[in-house]
Design a protein around this ligand. Structure first.
Ligand SMILES: [Zn+2]
Ligand SMILES: [Zn+2]
Length: 402
């Protein structure tokens, strides 16, 4: 491991003799080559690790990571812009943050989005199916390991509660939180796994031999899912047998609340982004309209849930607003690649709006179903289903103004 870090550092800090003359010249510069302000004690000089340009701190960003992917067998280091779609969702074990200038950052961002689009197109066309299958398989394998760890942890929590040593009682607020958190994490892994399986199902084999391989692979994944879901349910039953109903209800309420709040955040963000896109690319607003309606149902049930739990509604709305602002600033759900925008303009924006809205609604729905009790949030679940059905029949012609 040490050796790899050393190798990675070497890639970033180029020895002097390998630096281009361009870099050396730029290095001599005593002013920022972006904002032209002079370097001094306060404004220190940094070098873009990609183009070598000398820039000040505010004209450069440490938003790029060089890393070895955790979830793949490849030993090839990758470059990725953090907080941008397509970057690893958790910090990789072996990662190095790299400072780059603004224009390099922009270029990297665009490259990342284009690569993601290429991948999505390939998935839609079913081209290179085998490669996609292998990729999906290794992602799922990572999830499997995590899910098993999490199940073991959940079992330990439940056994220790059974041992009477930390019996759940109404004053055991922290115990309730612990169980709720473990349950939520498990539901998250299971939901992710369902989404993975659904993606895998969409792949089309290119030959009969591939068809057999795909089928077996899918069967293995489904078996794994059902085995683990069964284990999860049995553990929940064990917990139910040894815990008073009142406490159980309390745990489920906590899980439910978190689930609906995260649903609300996603839907609200998606609604805002869709409005913004329609405005910017002069699209018809039928998708934002549908999302706004969905958002209203979600909001109603979220607020009811929060009120029932004895929390302050105004506090919640304020927190939601804050979270949204930071999400919209750094973590957009819908990103467009500049190059494709240049060639196909509003068509590209419309296309991404439909695809991403569908994906996100679907993801949100699966997560909510997995986490919340069956009887909770009927309106939200129904409206999510309905909006998804409605999105299925929306075409590019419906939203691009001619
Ligand atoms: Zn500067
Ligand atoms: Zn640069």
């Amino acid at each position: 491991m040490k050796r790899t870090i050393h190798e990675m550092t070497n890639i970033v800090s180029t020895p002097a003799w390998q630096k281009s003359t361009f870099w050396l010249q730029e290095n001599m510069s005593n002013q920022c080559q972006k904002c032209q302000q002079k370097f001094n004690l306060v404004r220190s000089k940094h070098n873009c690790k990609l183009c070598g340009r000398a820039v000040c701190k505010s004209c450069s960003f440490k938003d790029v990571i060089l890393y070895l992917p955790d979830d793949e067998d490849t030993k090839e280091p990758r470059l990725s812009v953090i907080k941008v779609i397509g970057s690893p969702s958790v910090e990789p074990e072996l990662a190095l943050y790299v400072r780059v200038c603004e224009s390099c950052l922009e270029r990297l961002k665009n490259r990342q989005l284009e690569m993601l689009e290429k991948e999505e197109k390939m998935l839609a066309k079913g081209g290179d199916s085998l490669e996609m299958l292998l990729k999906e398989h290794s992602t799922m394998y990572r999830n499997e390991v995590k899910m098993e760890d999490q199940l073991n942890e959940y079992q330990i929590i439940i056994e220790s509660l059974e041992d009477n040593s930390r019996k759940l009682n109404s004053s055991g607020k922290s115990n309730i939180q612990t169980v709720a958190k473990a349950q939520e994490d498990l539901a998250d892994y299971l939901a992710q796994y369902v989404l993975n399986i659904q993606r895998m199902k969409k792949l089309t084999p290119e030959s009969n031999t591939q068809a057999i391989l795909f089928r077996n692979c899918l069967k293995g994944k489904c078996d794994f899912y059902f085995d683990n879901q069964f284990r999860f349910k049995s553990l929940q039953k064990t917990l139910g047998d040894s815990t008073p109903p009142k406490i159980l209800e309390c745990i489920q309420r906590t899980v439910d609340k978190h689930a609906i709040v995260s649903t609300q955040l996603y839907i609200r963000q998606l609604t805002y982004e869709s409005l913004h896109l329609c405005d910017k690319y002069n699209l018809r607003d039928n998708i934002p309209q549908k999302l706004t309606l969905t958002d209203e149902f979600v909001e109603k049930e979220t607020l009811d849930c929060i009120e029932q739990d004895g929390d302050d509604i105004d506090d919640h709305s304020e927190q939601l607003q804050e979270l949204l602002q930071s999400q919209l600033k750094d973590h957009r759900l819908i990103k467009l690649s500049k190059r494709t925008l240049k060639c196909s303009g509003s068509h590209h924006a419309a296309d991404m709006l439909i695809t991403r809205s569908t994906d996100i609604l679907h993801q949100v729905k699966v997560q909510l179903m997995m986490k919340s009790a069956n009887r909770s949030f009927p309106q939200t679940k129904q409206t999510l289903d309905q909006t998804l059905e409605e999105l299925k029949i929306v075409t590019l012609q419906d939203i691009v103004k001619l």
